[in-house]
Design a protein around this ligand. Structure first.
Ligand SMILES: [Zn+2]
Length: 164
């Protein structure tokens, strides 16, 4: 297993937002994807691992705030499954409420800061139970509910698959 940290250089600032490409024996997965406004930097970072954006079929989110999850819909449009806490899932399926409440704070700067947020079809969303294990790219991802920063927060424990 190899983890590639991708600096998304949010608003041109180094080390402000990152996403993580997890390279397993059978492909790559993403932990966090950052906002839609930094999708180009993310795609460049993915390409640097010798894979393509469309090769990503699994995106694991810690929580649904824009700086972590704003671009998830792009991956769903390429057929990826987005793993998200059950309390966060409805907001990715129908992001208008989330987007509009943020727009009240950010106003006209909204799209420049965070980009767009399109609805994600339910078939591409999956909400794991606490301690549920997802097998992907030849690795195991364990969902650990960790409320605090957000009630809908998950920490992901990534391990090699144990031999059956
Ligand atoms: Zn947050």
């Amino acid at each position: 297993m190899k983890i590639h940290t991708i600096d998304l250089k949010f608003m041109g600032v180094d080390r402000s937002i990152a996403a993580f490409v997890v390279e397993g024996p059978t492909g790559i997965a993403l932990i966090e994807c950052g906002p839609h406004s930094t999708i180009q930097a993310l795609e460049q970072g993915i390409t640097a691992t010798n894979y393509q954006l469309k090769d990503i079929k699994h995106v694991f989110l810690s929580h649904i705030h824009f700086d972590h999850a704003g671009a998830a819909w792009v991956f769903a449009q390429h057929g990826a499954t987005i793993y998200v806490h059950p309390a966060g899932l409805p907001h990715l399926a129908a992001p208008e409420k989330l987007y509009n409440s943020a727009k009240m704070i950010y106003g006209d700067a909204m799209e420049n800061l965070w980009g767009k947020m399109e609805p994600i079809d339910q078939q591409y969303l999956y909400a794991p139970q606490h301690e549920e294990i997802i097998e992907a790219v030849g690795l195991s991802f364990t969902a650990l509910y960790t409320p605090g920063h957000a009630v809908h927060h998950i920490a992901w424990e990534v391990k090699p698959l144990t031999n059956h």
